[in-house]
Design a protein around this ligand. Structure first.
Ligand code: AP5
Length: 210
């Protein structure tokens, strides 16, 4: 199974990618996580990405596609994979297709801007291992601390209200073209909003199996 998870920032792509990865036993590949790791390790890619990410802007298409193709060449991707956060522009979708990346379904988490703002304002991430929580929908067992490693929970630097608005604008400007790309190919599966994390996972699996 080769899947793409699409949707605005904060729609729940990372949350569902993690659950589907466990359920389907295929890796979840998040360009956001790969870039955040590169920033933390201060690699040349990280140095290029840092400011763009903090401003809520996109990293250049060529860099992203090289990063993804390198990851897809790893042996654990043979059986399938879930792409989270990529492709994010029309040119990224076209480049992946040109390079022979064929997907079974592009799952769109169709969530309103209002819900996105609510979800991102409640998101907390572990400063040590990166695990993600939500103060209401997915609270940690102990307030402020990661269930997995005990690290301190913080807000992501690009979740500041001003940056969230910029990321949403960019989504409507750039990423909606990706929906059209997969709709034209009969691969788009749209999942409506308003469901809990568990209900959303069930809806995705039902649509993929149906
Ligand atoms: P990235 O990390 O991909 O950010 P994003 O797409 O903006 O998505 P998010 O990670 O913010 O949200 P999500 O949809 O994964 O939601 P989550 O599951 O956390 O990218 C970051 C930056 O990197 C970009 O801005 C860009 O600069 C760069 N970048 C990355 N990929 C790129 C690319 N391809 N090209 C160019 N640049 C790129 O959920 C959000 C919150 O809601 C959580 O707290 C969660 O617990 C909660 N939640 C989830 N589902 C539900 C639910 N059903 N009900 C209630 N709460 C829920």
């Amino acid at each position: 199974m080769k899947l793409i998870l699409l949707g605005p920032p904060g729609a729940g792509k990372g949350t569902q990618a993690e659950r589907l990865s466990l359920r389907l036993e295929i890796p979840a590949i998040s360009t956001g996580n790969m870039l955040r790791r590169a920033v933390e390790e201060n690699t040349p890619l990280g140095q290029q990405a840092r400011q763009l990410m903090d401003r809520g802007e996109l990293v250049p298409d060529g860099l992203i596609i090289d990063l993804v193709l390198e990851r897809l060449a790893q042996p654990d991707c043979q059986k399938g994979y879930i792409l989270d956060g990529v492709p994010r522009t029309g040119p990224q979708a076209a480049l992946l297709e040109e390079k022979g990346v064929q997907i079974d379904a592009a799952v769109l988490l169709d969530v309103s801007d209002e819900t996105v703002v609510e979800r991102m304002s409640g998101r907390r991430v572990c400063s040590t291992c990166g695990a993600s929580y939500h103060i209401a929908a997915r609270p940690p067992k102990q307030e402020g601390l990661c269930d997995l490693c005990g690290g301190a929970l913080i807000r992501r630097s690009d979740d500041a209200p001003e940056t969230v608005r910029r990321r949403l604008d960019l989504y409507h400007r750039e990423t909606e073209a990706v929906e059209a790309f997969y709709r034209q190919r009969g691969r788009l599966v749209s999942i409506g909003q308003g469901n809990s994390i568990e209900e959303t996972e069930r809806a995705i699996l039902d649509r993929l199996n149906g």
